[in-house]
Design a protein around this ligand. Structure first.
Ligand code: CUA
Length: 180
């Protein structure tokens, strides 16, 4: 049969399935199932995916909580925009706002201390990609994602928005400090 000429038999779709085709369908189906069950398996045993707690939140409330943290624990400002660098006490709730096209504020954490990191977006969907650790979280407006973190290495980390969010997306980066 050719794809250009009309089929020889008018009712061509009633022909029996060829053995080779059946084998391929079986292989493809089995592989689909393997990949499907790898998703929950890898989530539990892969140690890669974060399981953030997620709550609905009003942007104003999140903004207020962030502002309170900034007012209390700002230690200096950085960059031309004078972004506050905040060093909250160990064990506390810390907040990071994503919006077009920046993160606010800059966080300065202590190594081997635990924090509850709250993330939200003020306008559109943004991403939180922590490099070079390669941790990825989607940040959605109207929701706060809470992640319990315990930095185990000191240094300066980069936070990159990895969800395309418009014309300034490529500039949406910030840093995170972890001190000994
Ligand atoms: Cu925010 Cu891309």
């Amino acid at each position: 049969m050719s794809a250009i000429l009309p089929p020889q038999q008018r009712i061509w779709w009633k022909q029996p399935v060829d053995k080779v085709e059946l084998i391929w369908i079986t292989i493809a189906f089995v592989w689909c199932m393997v990949m499907f069950f790898m998703m929950p398996y890898w989530h539990v045993y892969g140690g890669q995916n974060l399981s953030p707690e997620t709550y609905r939140v009003k942007p104003e409330l999140f903004q207020r909580a962030t502002q309170e943290m900034v007012d209390k624990y700002t230690v200096r400002t950085e960059t031309d925009e004078k972004i506050p660098v905040v060093a909250p006490p160990a064990g506390s709730d810390i907040f990071l706002i994503a919006r077009l096209w920046s993160f606010w504020p800059i966080l300065e954490l202590k190594k081997d201390e635990t924090y509850r990191l709250h993330l939200t977006a003020m306008d559109y969907q943004h991403g939180f990609s922590l490099q070079p650790e390669n941790i990825n979280v989607q940040i959605l407006p109207g929701y706060e994602h809470v992640i319990t973190i315990k930095p185990n290495r000191s240094g300066t980390y980069a936070i990159v928005c990895n969800e395309f969010c418009g014309i300034g997306h490529h500039k949406m980066v910030t840093r995170l400090y972890v001190k000994d």
